[in-house]
Design a protein around this ligand. Structure first.
Ligand SMILES: C[S@@+](CC[C@H](N)C(=O)[O-])C[C@H]1O[C@@H](n2cnc3c(N)ncnc32)[C@H](O)[C@@H]1O
Length: 250
């Protein structure tokens, strides 16, 4: 990715993901859960050994690291410089990480593109489509994609509006709101006599909205799951919305 496009991408990027406080607050982001899900999904997909897989918005690479262990060639991309710096500590000849905006196509084509743990919908709806189009361009014909998103109905039903979490002696004051367009989180805290105030906003996308997005692309939805054990998706109860899709041959 060129210096200019990194600068353009960074203008709209949410610095919260790049802040060390994000990682303090979510230090419990589960490596074991990532490991188990990777095992389940790879078992389901049965990709050929040495397939090339792109982990789009990989964070610190918890899924990429596990995927590579199954004998695949993995590239992880994310806009968070600090997360990529951490991820790079695990690099080897089949596992690489780079700073890249997932809405901009890569120079290479992949057998599969994964977008895991709510790493979609952080921008406006036009950019959501750019991300899907970039995923399409990143895939070989018949290539497989996965988007693992939250289940908006469940998130709204169970929204905790105010929460205080204390981590490393920092008191994080979290406020959450949801409307028809967004799920919004505000995180306020003080550290070393400095006040911090971050926002995180995710588009409130239901399966229907994803279906509308997909209808504008050359990607076809194959299966929809509701949790990390790949159980059937049920809008009222499923914790996740996991969409498995394929790039059609034109
Ligand atoms: C909830 S985190 C999940 C990270 C990782 N998939 C995991 O499960 O640990 C969402 C990630 O999306 C990344 N992200 C958001 N918008 C992005 C973009 N346009 N390009 C690349 N990464 C992006 C953030 O930096 C953050 O690491």
């Amino acid at each position: 990715m060129s210096k200019k496009s990194i600068l353009d991408s960074n203008k709209n990027y949410n610095n919260w993901f790049d802040s060390s406080y994000y990682h303090i607050l979510y230090d419990n982001r589960d490596y074991n859960e990532a490991k188990e899900f990777v095992k389940t999904i790879l078992n389901h997909l049965k990709l050929k050994k040495n397939s090339k897989i792109l982990d789009a918005a990989c964070g610190k690479g918890r899924h990429s690291i596990e995927i590579e262990k199954f004998g695949y060639n993995v590239t992880g991309i994310d806009l968070s410089k600090n997360s990529i710096r951490e991820a790079k500590k695990n690099e080897n000849k089949n596992l690489n990480f780079l700073i890249h905006d997932i809405s901009i196509p890569m120079d290479e084509k992949y057998d599969a593109v994964f977008n895991l743990f709510t790493s979609f919908g952080y921008h406006d709806k036009k950019k959501d489509l750019d991300v899907l189009n970039a995923i399409e361009m990143n895939l070989k014909n018949n290539g497989i994609g996965i988007i693992d998103f939250f289940n908006i109905k469940k998130v709204k039903n169970e929204l905790v509006e105010n929460e205080i979490i204390i981590k490393k002696n920092i008191k994080f004051n979290i406020t959450r709101k949801a409307n028809k367009d967004f799920v919004y989180k505000n995180i306020k805290f003080e550290d070393n006599h400095r006040k911090f105030n971050y926002n995180e906003s995710v588009n409130a996308l239901s399966l229907k909205e994803f279906e509308e997005y997909f209808s504008k692309t050359n990607l076809e939805i194959l299966e929809v799951f509701g949790d990390y054990n790949l159980k059937e998706f049920k809008a009222t109860v499923s914790p996740r919305l996991i969409i498995l899709f394929q790039k059609k041959i034109k």
